[in-house]
Structure formats: structure tokens, C-alpha cells
Design a binder for this molecule. Structure first.
Ligand code: R5P
Length: 312
């Protein structure tokens, strides 16, 4: 694509943005991100972006509404400043949990957010491990959907765990867990979970042999930690020797880190799509950086090259 490549960042994960920019051998573009005295978000792009190919990095993590608004305003500002193309780089896509109606009189939040991003003026989206793959189809613009599995499974592989079995903590994650298990050459177990109410998880049943094995729970996100901790308990009760956990997005809402620390999980591995600040907690959490992968994807999009190689 013609036009200079520029990278900007909202306030959600400036460390990741800096890492991505460093991998691209550039600096993050200069912008003011603050607020008016009445609480409204105020954005001012300082660098000239006319004719440029601009990437705005902003995971829509907590505070979700605020980070989403920053992203929308930045895209709008860049559009009005005559950027040739604006790509919304959303390493973690918030509001993804409601991607369908499960009862009457509920919104489809993931679709509304997709509409907002498009309306603001984004030409493309670059994201990672959407909660539901169908969300990709909510956009009428190209979406490049990266996966953290190659990074997470490389780490798990490096541990040389004995007799590993990959566990999906719910029916919706079976495809993800199966692909993960193929990467590390492990068995597969599946948990059937129910949610008696939002943010509460209960294990109903488990399929697959886990006794005497090292279980690796694979999920897209850890929010309250309920799904993870319930799954770990069920695995230990069924004789798993050790339990590890992998998830792309470490949200760690409320007391998630405390309940994970008490759960008996040996190590929880997440990425830095969302800033990780759990050093103070006693949960054993390892963070793997997605910055080199995002940098490579950005470079390939800029040069109109295929991204397929990034999925293997
Ligand atoms: C399914 O709902 C998802 O893949 C995750 O299992 C879930 O979002 C994790 O949420 P929590 O940590 O609150 O149980």
C-alpha cells in the first residue's frame, strides 16, 4: 500500500503499542489522549497523517466503554486528518460475550460495537482470538484474525510435560482445544459447563481420560476465573496429576487472581493483549508477548502480503 506506515495508540495498552512499534523499528505516533473538564474524552493527533497508512492499537479492555470511545474518536480524528487507510488494531475485542441473544430483550453487543467501529471510519480490523469466530462476520470490512495458539503451545511444548491432555473447559472451546492438542501432540478432554447466572460457572460433566495426566486447560479468556477454577477442581477430583492453564486474554476481573492462586493450578499462561499487572498476586501467571506477531501482521498488511504464514 502506498503511503507511510504509522502506528498510534490509545491509552488501553501503551506498553504493547511501544513493543509493537519497536519491533517495526519506529515510534508510536504523537497524540493527546485526555479528557475535557466535563468528563468527555478529548483526542488530538499531533503528527501529520495525510496520505498515510495508519494503525491504531487499542484493546477494548477495562474500562471497556472508555477505551472503546477513545478508539472511535481516534479513528474519526485520523479519518478527518486525511489518513489514506485506518486499521483498528484490537488485540482484545471487548463486548464479545454477547454475540447472540440467549433470551428475549437482550442486545447483540458485539454487532453494535462492530457497527460503531465501521461508522467511525475504520477500513480494516486486526484482532486476536475473538470470543466467537462469528464476530468476524459482523464487520463489512476486512478482518485479520490472529491466533495466540502458536505462541502459547510453543511455551507448553518447551515444558516437556509428561502425559499431557488438553482440556476444553466448555463445549464452545472444543475446536480451539483440539487445534492446541494437535500442536503439542496430546490427548483431549472436554468439560460440559453451565452458567446458572452471568459470571458463574458450574461443571456438569467431563469426557476424556485425565487420571495420572498433566492437564492443560485452554480457553480464550479468563474473566472472573470461575470457569478455570471449576475446571481445575473437576480435573483434580478425577485424578489429574498437575493442572496448567492457557488463555489468550487475561482479564482477571474481581478476585480472579486470588481464586486462581488458591486453585492448585501450577501455572497460568496468558498474553499481553491486555496489560498484565498481577505481579503483586500469588497466582503463578506467565505472560507471553504478542507484540512480534502483531508487528509482523501490520508489516504484511502494509505491504499487501499474505498473513497465512502467521497461523502455522
Ligand atoms: C466461555 O464462556 C469463555 O470461553 C470463557 O470460558 C469465559 O468467558 C471465562 O469467563 P470466566 O473466567 O468469568 O468464567
Amino acid at each position: 500500500m502506498d503511503g507511510r506506515l504509522l502506528v498510534f495508540s490509545g491509552s488501553a495498552n501503551q506498553e504493547l503499542a511501544r513493543e509493537i512499534a519497536t519491533s517495526l523499528r519506529m515510534s508510536v505516533g504523537r497524540a493527546y489522549i485526555g479528557a475535557f473538564k466535563n468528563g468527555e474524552t478529548r483526542i488530538k493527533i499531533h503528527d501529520n497523517v495525510r496520505g498515510c497508512d495508519v494503525f491504531v492499537i487499542q484493546p477494548t479492555c477495562t474500562p471497556v466503554d472508555h477505551h472503546l470511545m477513545e478508539l472511535l474518536l481516534m479513528i474519526d480524528a485520523l479519518r478527518r486528518a486525511s489518513a489514506t487507510r485506518v486499521t483498528a488494531v484490537i488485540p482484545y475485542y471487548g463486548y464479545a460475550k454477547q454475540e447472540k441473544k440467549t433470551a428475549g430483550r437482550e442486545p447483540i453487543s458485539a454487532k453494535l460495537v462492530a457497527n460503531l467501529i465501521r461508522t467511525a471510519g475504520a477500513d480494516r480490523v486486526l484482532t486476536m482470538d475473538l470470543h466467537a469466530p462469528a464476530i468476524e462476520g459482523f464487520f463489512d470490512i476486512p478482518v485479520d484474525h490472529l491466533q495466540a495458539a502458536p505462541l502459547l503451545s510453543d511455551y507448553i511444548h518447551s515444558l516437556n510435560l509428561s502425559n499431557p491432555v488438553v482440556v476444553s473447559p466448555d463445549a464452545g472451546g472444543v475446536g480451539r482445544a483440539n487445534r492446541f492438542r494437535e500442536r503439542i501432540g496430546a490427548g483431549l478432554a472436554i468439560i460440559a459447563k453451565q452458567r446458572p447466572e452471568p459470571d458463574t460457572a458450574e461443571v456438569l460433566e467431563m469426557v476424556g481420560e485425565v487420571e495420572g495426566k498433566t492437564a492443560i486447560i485452554v480457553d480464550d479468556m479468563i474473566s472472573t476465573g470461575g470457569t478455570l477454577v471449576e475446571a481445575a477442581q473437576a480435573l483434580i477430583e478425577r485424578g489429574a496429576r498437575k493442572v496448567y492453564a492457557c488463555a489468550t486474554h487475561g482479564i482477571f476481573a474481581a478476585d480472579a487472581l486470588e481464586i486462581i492462586a488458591r486453585s492448585g493450578i501450577v501455572e497460568t499462561i496468558v498474553t499481553n493483549t491486555i496489560p498484565q499487572r498481577q505481579q503483586a498476586s500469588s497466582a503463578r501467571v506467565r505472560t507471553i508477548s504478542v507484540a512480534p506477531l502483531f508487528a509482523e501482521a501490520i508489516m504484511r498488511i502494509h505491504k499487501d502480503l499474505s498473513l497465512s504464514a502467521l497461523f502455522s
